[in-house]
Design a protein around this ligand. Structure first.
Ligand SMILES: [Mg+2]
Length: 271
């Protein structure tokens, strides 16, 4: 690919490995190859709704074998960030199991009484009552955190309002803007690299969006690859003030970069 030595791979999930729950051609083979070669990798998603176990099951249903330890969500990144900022703190959480499980595992207490933070994530059942509580807690001094800034999410029937849109509602009511932990915040990349004990100089971020995946990878000091199987078309790339190190038609193109293995790497791992 380049002169750069690559030791770890971060890759976005939607638009890179799957599209509307269907595996992108080559994705299964790509993941198999990373596993066979013992190359450290994490699959990233800004969606905070699901736990890694849920996501691993969904990927498996699409024919992709990704262990739950190899999945890094904005919910996990948020819980890790809050644990580092304020260990054993308290939070009022609007979100699903992906977020509440991560917060519990990070040692947080969920409460609506004077919490350190209000943490907003993805759900399909935003409740007026809980949004009201969030607004009042923030007005009373709780710090406002949101898992990801995406204004909408995809669905077969059209766009769905996502965390960024609900955060805008709360911001309008309180005058307080959230701190977003998910992409494009490079914090999401850095916490993923820490999880792999990898270093940015020898890691790659593969994504399908310029304004999240590529910019976050760049700002974290990583090598970046844009694939054209998701939301970015080749003619869109030049409009951005930054660019990826490489553009690939799909994840399948990266298989050729890994293949053939350097001498000895595949010893005893017949393919
Ligand atoms: Mg994507």
């Amino acid at each position: 690919m380049t002169e750069r030595r690559i030791e770890a791979w971060l890759m976005d999930m939607d638009g890179v490995l799957v599209k509307e729950e269907h595996a992108i051609p080559g994705a299964a083979q790509w993941l198999e190859l990373l596993t066979q070669r013992h190359l450290p990798f994490l699959v990233l998603t800004n969606n905070s709704m699901f736990t890694p176990r849920d996501l691993a099951a969904r990927l498996r249903a699409s024919g992709l074998d990704v262990p739950e330890q190899s999945i890094w969500t904005s919910a996990l990144a948020t819980a890790r960030f809050l644990h580092e900022q304020r260990p054993n703190g308290s939070a009022f959480v609007i979100g699903e199991a992906g977020l509440t499980t991560a917060m519990h595992e990070a040692g947080y207490t969920m409460t609506d009484r004077n919490p350190d933070y209000v943490v907003l994530g993805e759900t399909r059942t935003y409740s007026f009552e809980r949004i009201t509580t969030a607004i009042r807690l923030i007005a009373a001094g709780s710090r406002f955190i949101a898992t990801n800034p995406d204004p909408t999410g995809p669905s077969p029937d059209g766009p769905l309002p996502a965390t960024g849109s609900v955060a805008a509602l709360i911001t309008r009511a309180t005058g307080a803007a959230p701190y977003y932990v998910g992409k494009p915040n490079p914090l999401m990349m850095r916490s993923a690299l820490n999880t792999l004990q990898a270093h940015s100089e020898t890691a790659v971020m593969v994504g399908d969006r310029m304004d999240t995946d590529v910019v976050a990878g760049l700002e974290a000091g990583m090598h970046t690859v844009l694939v054209l199987t998701g939301s970015t078309a080749a003619h869109d790339i030049d409009r951005f003030p930054y660019g990826p190190a490489r553009v690939a038609d799909s994840i399948a193109d990266l298989i050729d970069d890994l293949d053939p293995a350097p001498d000895g790497h595949d010893k005893g791992m017949g393919r």
